[in-house]
Design a protein around this ligand. Structure first.
Ligand code: GLN
Length: 484
């Protein structure tokens, strides 16, 4: 059962081959026996899951239900879940039981999906390796000495290890696509504003976006059908019609214009990864696509721009975690200042503190114009580059990450190299575009993801392009040996 996709599981539920209670129990059993190896969940919610599964079975017996009815899912621990711990991977929020659900969670509940639990993640989604989680690192199911990527590493690892058929992730600078690439699964970061951010703990509000992490593009389409749409509770969600994302999965690739940015295939890209990406592109040529070399001249500005904007926004967003309003409070504070200083000092980890310091500095009087305003200007240039490129091509392709998963501990003392692992994903967030990572091959038995970047609101197109690749290849069906 655990090797089936959402589409297949949904068919099994429909035909009565198994019930949601049986399906949910089988995933809970797998989590129980296997997750010790990879630490992909922070919280497992068996009672809630079985209750939801029972309700889903009843709804199905009573009449028409949606495709996700009765399907068990894992939710990144960044989404507020009513009466369930919502930690965001931080000691700061370890005691936090949310009094309400994020819109995304409500939407899954409304369609009758089942929540298996909350997945591990880098603290406040800051990281590329899942090593900044207060709950310990997640291990890559393909090779447990390696990282799963981050920050949605728990979700990626859980899906790759077949502990859940699919999961949610969030992507501020690559946190869906890079772990999807490292774990050999399919991940979609939608256009900024496509999915509500209400109840999704904010890291960098102008960049954060939630999306599906699945084994197939078809499953990602099914998840996005539920997640997408205007939310009156999120003023940045966009009033754009939500198509049926499965409707165009089978459109032909003939004549598709693919742009390959020369900057994505230069220095810094692992040679073996480059070969995998090149052969993936050849696959599209066989299907009738046309390849064009393009240039995104501001590519080298993306990482420095992001590392001003994201820390600035996080320094502001995280100021609410002060030991008074949320979460962790230090013992025996002497006075108010001591309470603030020690609650934040003890509650946040090193990477979060580094970002708060950088962001506070960049926003402070005297430096604001030199850093923050400058970064906003380069952000505009980066967006212009993409707009210009999309005048000639339908989709941009390249690697999702410069290498396969690195080893746990390998980059912990080298934040700059760690930051560079998002070099191909970050610009997409700065421009607000949709991006995907699709399994495209292996290097030394570790997965490699092909990145697809589309125009604003071109999720249907991306899913179509990914689905066609998955009809022609079987990389996405491979499972790590220990979790088959
Ligand atoms: N790795 C990047 C960072 O640490 C992106 C994280 C994310 O997308 N949430 O900021």
């Amino acid at each position: 059962m655990h090797n089936k996709t959402i589409a297949e599981l949904s068919a099994g539920l429909k035909s009565g081959e198994f019930s949601s209670v049986e399906l949910t129990q089988s995933y809970l059993d797998r989590i129980n026996s296997l997750d010790k190896q990879i630490n992909s969940f922070i919280t497992v919610t068996p009672d809630l899951a079985l209750e939801q599964a029972k309700q889903a079975d009843e709804q199905r017996a009573a009449g028409n239900v949606g495709i996700l009815n009765g399907i068990p899912l894992a939710q990144k621990d960044i989404f507020c879940t009513k009466d369930v711990k919502t930690s965001c991977g931080s000691k700061m929020l370890d005691p936090f039981i949310s009094p309400y659900n994020a819109t995304t969670i409500n939407k899954f509940n409304d369609t009758g999906a089942v929540m298996l639990g909350k997945t591990n993640m880098d603290e406040f989604a800051m990281g590329s390796s899942n090593e900044t989680s207060w709950y310990g690192p997640v291990k890559n199911p393909w090779q447990q000495e390696s990282v799963p990527g981050g920050s949605s590493g728990g979700s990626a690892a859980a899906v790759a290890a077949r502990l859940a058929p699919a999961a949610t992730g969030t992507d501020t600078g690559g946190s869906i696509r890079q772990p999807a690439s490292f774990c050999g699964i399919t991940g979609l970061k939608p256009t900024y504003g496509r999915v509500s951010r209400y109840g999704m703990i904010a890291f960098a509000s102008s960049l954060d976006q939630a999306g599906p992490m699945t084994r197939t593009a078809e499953d990602a389409a099914l998840m996005l059908n539920v997640m997408a749409g205007l939310d009156p509770r999120d003023s940045t969600s966009v009033d754009e019609p939500v198509p049926d994302y499965t409707a165009s999965l089978n459109d032909s690739m003939a004549g598709l214009k693919i742009g390959l940015p020369k900057e994505y295939f230069s220095e810094g890209l692992d040679d073996a990864v480059a070969k995998v990406i090149e052969s993936a592109v050849k696959e599209y040529e066989k299907m009738g696509a046309v390849i064009k070399e393009i240039s995104l001249p501001t590519s080298n500005l993306a990482v420095p721009t992001y590392y001003i904007i994201a820390p600035s926004e996080c320094s502001s967003n995280l100021s609410r975690m002060d030991g008074v309003r949320y979460g962790y409070r230090c013992d025996d504070p002497e006075d108010l200042n001591d309470l603030y200083i020690r609650s934040r000092g003890e509650g946040f980890g090193a990477e979060v503190k580094r970002r708060i310091l950088v962001g506070t500095y960049a926003l402070s009087e005297g430096f604001y114009d030199a850093y923050y305003v400058k970064a906003q200007k380069t952000r505009r240039l980066i967006t212009n580059d993409f707009n210009q490129a999309f005048a000639d091509v339908d989709v941009i392709m390249g690697p999702a990450a410069p290498s396969t998963a690195f080893k746990i501990g390998e980059l912990t003392d080298d934040p700059i190299t760690m930051y560079l692992s998002d070099i191909y994903t970050i610009a997409v967030n700065l421009a607000g575009l949709p991006g995907m990572s699709v399994p495209a091959g292996f290097v030394n038995d570790m997965p490699v993801g092909l990145q697809l970047i589309g125009k604003h609101f071109a999720e249907s197109k991306l899913l179509n392009i990914a689905h066609q690749f998955q009809q022609a290849t079987d990389w996405h069906t491979q499972a790590p040996a220990a979790f088959k």
